[in-house]
Design a protein around this ligand. Structure first.
Ligand SMILES: Cc1cc2nc3c(=O)[nH]c(=O)nc-3n(C[C@H](O)[C@H](O)[C@H](O)COP(=O)(O)O)c2cc1C
Length: 192
């Protein structure tokens, strides 16, 4: 990737694993500029991900179609099956279709977030076939982003947006997407 990762590779929604000083593996949904040799991402200050990266500058970013894992990584503390990464001391999520192992090269404050640049030191692909585009999956991902920002956006706004997204789930979801949307709604009921 060139010197300006913000304007180059597309921003893909990933699940990122990092490891805490206590050895606990953390999963977080994270938008990442997905370059082949370098990636960039913007964790908010206060996230466990940023704390872990400052203490131990390694991570694994994963692509997955599993929206329930996405939603849980944004709003909860999932513990998917993992195995050891090959080039770093990190964890690869078993069900991921693609992953990249990262070593952080730079963490720069950037307003409410930090800009993290990292080198890709290993990558891999899983056995799972791409699941294809699905409107319900995209709707659930949008819903979970909104829910993860409910304190900033306000519960009323987030609930109105969910009403707009729900028909896409009703029309096009399978069981996994329905379960993921229900997870978002339960989270909102507990946090508004
Ligand atoms: C699709 C998606 C993308 C997200 N992208 C980011 C991001 O770029 N930066 C960030 O800090 N949080 C992002 N979030 C929210 C985090 O996943 C959420 O705040 C999570 O709780 C942070 O986890 P942590 O405290 O365990 O690190 C995103 C959520 C979703 C659903």
């Amino acid at each position: 990737m060139s010197a300006d990762p913000q304007c180059q590779a597309p921003l893909l929604e990933t699940v990122m694993t990092t490891t805490g000083t206590d050895g606990v593996v953390n999963c977080a949904a994270m938008g990442v500029r997905w370059g082949e040799r370098e990636v960039a991402f913007w964790p908010f200050h206060g996230t466990r991900t940023l704390r872990n990266l400052r203490a131990h500058g390694e991570a694994v970013v994963h692509l997955t179609d599993d929206v329930l894992l996405f939603v849980q990584s944004a709003l909860g503390r999932p513990q998917p099956a993992v195995r050891a990464a090959t080039e770093i001391s990190g964890s690869v999520i078993e069900q991921a279709s693609h992953w990249r192992e990262l070593v952080v090269s730079e963490i720069t404050p950037a307003g409410a977030r930090a800009l993290v640049r990292a080198k890709v030191v290993a990558s891999g692909t899983g056995a799972a076939e791409p699941a294809g585009l699905c409107r319900a999956r995209h709707a659930v991902v949008e819903a979970s982003i909104l829910a993860s920002r409910v304190r900033v956006l306000g519960a009323e706004h987030v609930r109105a947006e969910l009403e707009r997204l729900q028909p896409l789930v009703d029309k096009t979801a399978g069981p996994r997407e329905r379960e993921a949307m229900a997870y978002v709604r339960e989270y909102l009921a507990d946090h508004d």
